[in-house]
Design a protein around this ligand. Structure first.
Ligand code: AVJ
Length: 322
């Protein structure tokens, strides 16, 4: 065991790496996949044929955009359209164009952790849809939900797309939905994407592509530890492994140690040993059905207004109100 004193941590990232790698079984949070390289890898994932989620949501927006924005426009009063974790906005642009065509009185407030991503998005929107008033907000989900909550005046519509909620286990997802609920008023809306339960092989393929992009994405957390904390992980010594439990709807990613190995992380003054076939759990990607979404909403004090899905019900977007 580790008899060393626990060092003081320079960041939450450092603290969570320490906790996760000294726990049994070991784990690291998927939120640390995303640095500049991780953002790029995730964009590559969204462009892979196996990663059906992006196309499904895009198709749903193309097919149902008129009805979707009618929910946002509601009584015609002005509103702010917030988007949590906006990314490159490829899908959102479909809705923004439709809102402009439908003469909606709104402004667009994308929120992301990455300055870089927001700058690119702002430039793209100004160029492609200049009619849209855009105000970017940089911050974490929790910080920005607070900001949304205290933003007064206009009606609010909050977008949370891409089944990003799937990284949270149900108790955390409920807490997150409660926070969203607390940041809106009666008459406001939440519009969210939830990837649906489907043929287990389709899900496994989406998270285990042959080209190894998802593997590189998963291993990027180790690469970040090497770069940012003076770690010496050899990423070749790990397998990317995906499992899907069709009963719970939970897909889980692991890094599996291919051999007994020792890793040193300088700034944590930490030496860890991994046995052959020992695991580091890195991500969950939860899949849903209507019953589970309704249960989560009810637990969080939200009501499902309606939902939109693709032809095969592979993916759904739900409208919630308080
Ligand atoms: C960004 C959380 C929606 O879980 O599907 C993609 C991240 N991980 N491939 C997902 C991811 C591996 C993605 N989310």
């Amino acid at each position: 065991m580790h008899n060393k004193e626990i060092p003081t941590f320079a960041s939450v990232f450092e603290q969570e790496v320490y906790e996760g790698l000294t726990a049994y079984p070991k784990y690291l949070s998927s939120k640390y996949f995303y640095d500049e390289i991780g953002d790029k890898l995730f964009q590559d994932i969204m462009a892979m044929p196996e990663y059906y989620l992006t196309n499904c949501e895009f198709d749903i927006f193309e097919e149902h955009k008129k009805k979707i924005v009618q929910h946002f426009i509601n009584d015609g009063s002005p509103f702010s359209l917030f988007e949590l974790g906006a990314g490159d906005g490829k899908k959102t642009k479909v809705l923004l164009k439709q809102l402009v065509d439908s003469k909606a009185d709104f402004d667009y407030r994308p929120i992301d952790i990455s300055h870089n991503v927001l700058k690119q998005l702002e430039d793209a929107i100004k160029k492609e849809i200049p009619e849209v008033t855009i105000n970017t907000l940089q911050g974490t989900y929790f910080e920005t939900l607070r900001d949304i909550g205290s933003a007064n005046g206009k009606r609010k519509v909050i977008l949370f797309l891409g089944s990003n909620i799937g990284n949270l286990l149900h108790p955390m997802a409920i807490e997150f939905l409660q926070n969203m609920r607390d940041s809106i008023n009666e008459g406001d809306l939440i519009f969210m994407g939830f990837d649906q339960k489907k043929h287990p092989q389709v899900i496994l393929d989406a998270y285990n592509d042959k080209t190894g992009i998802t593997e590189a994405f998963n291993k990027n957390v180790l690469t970040r530890i090497n770069k940012e904390m003076g770690g010496n992980f050899n990423t070749d010594n790990f397998l990317h492994w995906e499992v899907y439990d069709p009963e719970s709807g939970t897909a889980k990613s692991y890094l599996v140690s291919k051999e007994a190995q020792e890793v040193n992380i300088e700034s944590l003054e930490l030496n860890i040993r991994l046995k052959r076939w020992e695991t580091i759990h890195t991500e969950i990607s939860q899949k849903y059905d209507d019953e589970v979404v309704e249960w989560l909403a009810e637990k969080a004090g939200l009501t499902v207004v309606t939902s939109f899905s693709d032809a095969e019900d592979n993916y759904k977007n739900y409208v919630f109100k308080k």
